[in-house]
Design a protein around this ligand. Structure first.
Ligand SMILES: Nc1ncnc2c1ncn2[C@@H]1O[C@H](COP(=O)(O)OP(=O)(O)OP(=O)(O)O)[C@@H](O)[C@H]1O
Length: 246
């Protein structure tokens, strides 16, 4: 299990954007953060990536405690799949993946970067398109490449920042099912950030509903709540989001 506690984070010592976030991640499962626009979801992911420093709190993984005081972008616990794939347009698909592969990984696996990249593209069923350029593939395919790029970074957890937001409803549905399977197959831990309550219910084992700024966990739904749908969860979550809690 990965346990994340962020007691507080503020940009440039102004009012806190994140407060009292305690979430847990389980292997092969997706934990979701859902909250209104601007409540601090992307900031939270950036803190975990080490792109924003100065948060107060800690992370527990494998009996180790990591303090945010010593957290930076060189951390190896988290990688991110952003809202848009952010591929270099002048490099083909396999070259885009190879850029993310370290020399250390090449030595450890005793494989060339090409072999490692091709293997990751196989996992996301994009190996047949390895030599295409980003403008020759669809957005859904590009998001799968972004997922492969996160895989070769070999982090324990993948942070998914609204990865399906820019896709049409049909492609989104296919990729949602696909993602669920891949997280299970690769035994990754995952955090999904979304606005979409149905997406949260479809993919998550745990849903954390965030309040408005500062982002704070207002309510947590466990896998039991989600599985049994004993309450009308969709309505429940929507009504919390609609209250614009501050
Ligand atoms: N670099 C920054 N400096 C100062 N404040 C920032 C910075 N980035 C974001 N903020 C503020 O922090 C708050 C949270 O922003 P954030 O982008 O994390 O929200 P979000 O929940 O991801 O929004 P959305 O769902 O619309 O992407 C907002 O009030 C925003 O204005």
């Amino acid at each position: 299990m990965i346990k994340i506690n962020i007691n507080k984070y503020s940009y440039e010592n102004k009012i806190p954007v994140i407060k009292n976030i305690n979430i847990s991640l389980k292997e092969g499962q997706i934990t979701t953060l859902i909250g209104a626009s601007g409540c601090g979801k992307s900031t939270l992911l950036r803190v975990l990536m080490g792109m924003e420093t100065g948060a107060h709190g800690n992370i527990f993984y494998n009996q180790n405690e990591f303090n945010f005081n010593h957290w930076n972008s060189k951390q190896t616990l988290f990688s991110m799949v952003p809202q848009t794939p952010l591929l270099f347009p002048w490099k083909n698909i396999i070259e885009n993946i190879k850029l993310a592969i370290s020399k250390k990984k090449e030595i450890q696996e005793n494989k060339t970067k090409n072999e490692i990249a091709l293997n990751a593209l196989k996992i996301v069923q994009m190996d047949e398109h390895a030599l295409k350029f980003p403008d020759e593939i669809s957005l859904g395919m590009a998001q799968r490449v972004a997922f492969a790029r996160a895989l070769v970074l070999d982090t324990k957890a993948i942070l998914l920042d609204e990865p399906f937001a820019s896709l049409d409803a049909h492609t989104r549905r296919i990729l949602q099912e696909w993602l669920l399977l891949k997280i299970k197959e690769t035994s990754k831990y995952a955090i999904l950030v979304t606005h979409d309550v149905r997406e949260a219910l479809l993919l998550s084992k745990e849903i954390n509903v965030l309040s408005g700024v500062p982002a704070e966990v207002y309510k947590t739904y466990t896998s039991d709540d989600i599985l049994h749908e004993n309450k009308n969860l969709e309505e429940d979550i929507l009504s919390i989001l609609g209250r614009n809690i501050n």
